[in-house]
Design a protein around this ligand. Sequence first.
Ligand SMILES: [Mg+2]
Length: 231
Amino acid sequence: MKSVRAIIYDAGRTLLRPRLESPDIWEFLSGQLGVEFARERPLPDVGHYFYQNMMGKYDSDARARGFWRSYYVKAMHEAGVDETNDRLEAAANALYDWYQRPEHWVMYPEVPEMLQRVQALGLRQGVISDWGTDLVPMLHAHDVSDYLEFVVASAAVGAAKPHPDIFHYALARAGLSANEVLYIGDSYISDVLGARTVGIAAVLIDREQRAPEVDCPVVTSLLDVLELIEP
Ligand SMILES: [Mg+2]
């Protein structure tokens, strides 16, 4: 991969993760509704729910909010919460709002070093993400914007992964050819297969080493990608 001129990153679970874990989410919803939840109750598998309902459709702020609202309402229904749908939706909306705030997200520890080292190699860097239009201020608040030449959020451009349009948009905007780019993401379907729809090579980041065997390079830290691109 010596012809790589740019690294493009997915955002969620690639550069940053939410601060809340599942017990805190139950506590948040419990606080909203005044209902007690078992904090140790697992949340429904969000990846599975996303692929069933939202794959390729995360292309506006309204749809992003609608997806998360329906996911949290489903979780509360499955937990047996006996409240009106309006109340459940209000609690879910409050949780979505909570996630809009940058301080409720955490950068993975190796991100600053990765961005600095890639920049030092003379490569360009950007982000393509299924995210609301709050992604730019989110990344800015985490002090990484200076390294990023472009940030393409699905809700801002009206196209979501794994459809080719969002990748084409980013390439056109950056003036890059697909074969000059390496894309890194944590979802095989959205990120690896999505990037391939336009001919971009992709690396899967699998921090928890849970992915089945796949037909692309797999790393557990962003820094491992440097070994793939450095001569
Ligand atoms: Mg992701």
